[in-house]
Design a protein around this ligand. Structure first.
Ligand SMILES: Cc1ncc(COP(=O)(O)O)c(C=O)c1O
Length: 452
């Protein structure tokens, strides 16, 4: 399952120079021979039943079909005019997904807000940050951009730090977390207070709904209240890259409490909602601010439809100009599975994760490193045994039956501890493969492999 190659193996199997002549007879036979012998062994197989690493990268045949059609059509949707159906299907899909997920009205396209498909959650975080800076500077042009401060938790995804680097934001505060690894709102308040006293200007806060490490949910409502009272001009972005898919199930949407106060929100159907990469849904409450921040119009892009103000040009909602027809695959997925099918997809994974969590809780050799979050279970060997936990993970991966990844999470004493993440939710996962995973971990913990 894990790529069985050393660095440089694939490179050295490929000719240094491109062919001078066309492929000729049976070119596809030879090309696919190479795919089988060079490429396949050099891949880590994310769709394998035993893949539980990172977060899943879902795929489904309706999404593949949508992507194929999109690629075949080869349309560019930078402007409404360059693909009217592409633009309007995307608008409708973003509204559908907002309704399916119980998102607040303010993110629907019928009001001042609306949604767009970004490639990734990292891009959503970045464009939200750029819009946040723009909004602040429109309102208060005298503010020195070097004084702007962004906030997120120590457990937030690294894309927030990267966004500050790309956007040239000099100050990022990593807010401490509580015992459940969620952002501590009191600590946020203290940091804002200190920054304001020092003449700095809070302008952006990224709350995470479902952190990468442990799936923790930052308290969006409390964060919004602090923002409202202490830094009312700051933009609140909610990163629900992974967990947002679970919001299609009403019983799993509690983490959205307070999201009606957010300025933007994003989630990735390409992680856990059956839609092949890439597909990040990014919503803003005030699209005018985003468009104003990102719109640059050279003469060659001018057209009557854009000038009329009656259409959406999605190029103004993202960093690149060009864009693929990604709404097509989402449309196919939602039409094929319907609300009930999407819910069943999420619910089965959460049920399997509960089963797995019960195994961990009932086996004294293991302990949970964090409360189970939806379909993510974080565990380690009981006691002070980080090196053994690491050896267990390595042995499990070496078995070739499963693939797991790790993180580091603070324990009750605040010490960073080696943690195995079991991220259930791959399209290839089955209940049998989850049972097999438990079997692998339990037997390795038993065996005399140095893991004990
Ligand atoms: C919470 C969170 N945010 C952002 C990301 C980055 O996602 P993307 O690859 O879409 O940028 C991840 C990836 O796992 C994530 O877990």
């Amino acid at each position: 399952m894990r790529a069985d190659v050393q660095p440089g193996d694939v490179l050295s199997a490929l000719p240094e120079h491109p062919p001078a002549m066309p492929g000729g007879e049976d070119e596809w036979g030879r090309i696919f021979d190479d795919v089988r012998s060079i490429i396949f062994p050099g891949l880590t197989h994310w769709q394998s039943p035993g893949f539980f690493g990172y977060f899943p990268a879902n795929g489904s045949w309706p999404a593949v079909l949508g992507d194929l059609l999109s690629t075949g059509l080869g349309v560019q949707g930078m402007l409404w005019q360059t693909g009217p159906a592409m633009t309007e299907l995307e608008t409708r899909m973003l509204d559908w997904m907002a309704r399916l997920s119980g998102l607040p009205e303010r993110f629907l396209s019928s009001g001042p807000g609306g949604g767009v498909i970004q490639g990734t959650a990292s891009e959503a975080t970045l464009v939200a940050m750029v819009a946040a800076r723009h909004r602040l500077r429109v309102g208060q042009p005298q503010i020195d951009p070097r004084t702007l401060v962004a906030y997120t938790s120590t457990q937030a995804h690294s894309s927030v730090l990267k966004a500050t680097r790309i956007a040239g934001i000099e100050h990022l505060r990593l807010v401490p977390t509580d015992a459940r690894h969620a952002l501590d709102p009191d600590a946020l308040g203290r940091l804002i207070e200190r920054d304001v006293a020092n003449g700095l200007v809070p302008f952006y806060c990224c709350a995470t709904a479902g952190t990468t490490g442990s799936g923790a949910f930052d308290p969006i409502d409390q964060i919004a209240n602090i923002r409202n009272s202490m830094a009312p001009h700051a933009w609140l972005h909610v990163d629900a890259a992974w967990a947002g898919s679970a919001a299609v199930c009403p019983e799993h949407r509690g983490f959205l409490e307070g999201v009606e106060q957010a300025d933007s929100y994003c989630t990735n159907p390409h992680k856990w909602l059956l839609t092949n990469f890439d597909c990040d849904l990014f919503y803003v409450a005030d699209r005018a601010m985003l468009i104003d921040a990102l719109s640059v119009t050279p003469e060659y892009l001018r057209n009557a439809a854009s000038d009329s103000g009656a259409v959406i040009d999605y190029r103004d909602w993202q960093a690149p100009l060009g864009r693929r027809f990604r709404a097509l695959k989402l449309w196919f997925v939602v039409r094929h599975y319907g609300r009930a099918g999407l819910q069943a997809h999420i619910r089965q994974h959460i049920a399997w994760a509960r089963w797995f969590e019960d195994r961990v809780l009932s086996d004294p050799r293991f302990e949970l490193a964090a409360p189970r979050s939806l379909s993510l279970v974080c565990l380690r060997l009981a006691g002070d045994r980080d090196a053994d936990t690491r050896a267990l993970l390595e042995a499990a991966n070496a078995s070739g039956q499963v693939l797991l990844t790790h993180t580091s999470l603070p324990d009750a004493q605040g010490r960073d501890r080696y943690t195995i993440r079991v991220a259930i939710g791959g399209t290839g996962n089955t209940f049998q493969s989850v049972q097999q995973l438990w079997g692998v971990l339990a037997s390795l913990a038993d065996a005399d492999t140095g893991v004990r």
